[in-house]
Design a protein around this ligand. Structure first.
Ligand code: NAD
Length: 263
């Protein structure tokens, strides 16, 4: 499949592990100029090294805590000094803290807002002027199946990702005339550090082992297994490619059939 992605510049945030890292690898395999960011320099260095070994291309990296506006601005400046503009922005982030409504305080809400919604707003604002000038661009947000069906004990994720989905839909309408598409990819239960951490929390509550919880999770999926980060990445790649030129304002869930509703 011709993707039209060679030499495009892509910035992926929270990309040192899990889904973000798999997305970075997918774009590297297409010959893109890949820029990755995350909080930990050590993790970024080891991810960049791994990608270089596999694809003979060393991604550009920049330390960026998505809760800090200065980090976001510095990362955007560093990436555009290196590659001139960002063609594809993948707004990925760490998952917000778990908890039920009554357990969370205002600071938790503020942090989750900064991390999930405001970081995507800030980065989208920074990349849009160049995308509009170039009359081409892709903005992709990694959300969650919680936008279709809220997940127990994850009220912050359930609330903020729904907000991000609303923002993306509005933005997609505003920028469609510039040939810029805005879409969301909603992962189902995907085997990464995040899912492991969620399994540990649930295991404590249910007095079971986290291994048992992971098996129970997989049993809830019609495909009878958990997802792999690469399976999320390949849908992101499609939505960034020239093959998806008429797809915008959408959420595509990648969940092995977990969500049972029609839409
Ligand atoms: P992960 O925990 O494996 O990786 C998260 C990445 O985010 C890491 O690189 C981490 O360093 C980075 N990160 C965390 N906080 C950050 C911050 N403040 N600033 C910058 N980087 C930060 O998680 P994952 O499973 O790859 O998930 C990626 C996203 O997809 C998360 O938002 C998660 O909630 C969501 N999601 C995951 C699943 C799943 O089952 N794994 C399901 C639905 C949604």
């Amino acid at each position: 499949m011709e993707t039209g992605l060679k030499n495009k510049t892509v910035l992926i945030t929270a990309a040192s592990l899990g889904i973000g890292k798999a997305i970075a690898e997918a774009f590297a395999s297409e010959g893109c100029n890949v820029a990755i960011s995350s909080r930990s320099k050590d993790n970024l260095l080891s991810t960049a090294k791994e990608i270089k070994l596999k694809y003979d291309f060393e991604p550009f990296w920049s330390v960026c805590d998505l809760n800090k506006n200065k980090d976001i601005e510095n990362t955007y400046t560093a990436v555009t000094e290196q590659f001139s503009s960002v063609d594809i922005l993948v707004n990925n982030c760490g998952g917000p803290v778990t908890g039920m409504f009554q357990e969370l305080d205002e600071k938790d809400w503020d942090n989750a807002y900064d991390q999930v919604l405001k970081s995507a707003v800030r980065l989208s604002k920074l990349v849009l002027p160049d995308m509009m000038r170039n009359h081409w661009g892709r903005i992709l947000n990694i959300t969650s199946i919680s936008v279709k069906q809220p997940v127990d004990n994850l009220v912050l994720s359930n609330s903020l990702r729904a907000g991000l989905t609303g923002m993306a839909k509005s933005l997609s309408n505003e920028v469609a005339k510039y040939n810029i598409t805005v879409n969301n990819v909603a992962p189902g239960m995907t085997l990464t550090r995040r899912l492991y951490e969620l399994a540990v929390v649930e295991a404590k509550q249910k007095k079971k082992s986290h291994e048992e919880i992971l098996v129970e999770m997989a049993k809830k999926v019609p495909m009878n297994r958990l997802g792999r980060p690469e399976e999320i990445a390949s849908v992101v790649l499609f939505l960034a490619s020239s093959q998806s030129s008429y797809v915008t304002g959408n959420t595509i869930q990648v969940d092995g059939g977990y969500i049972r509703s029609l839409y």
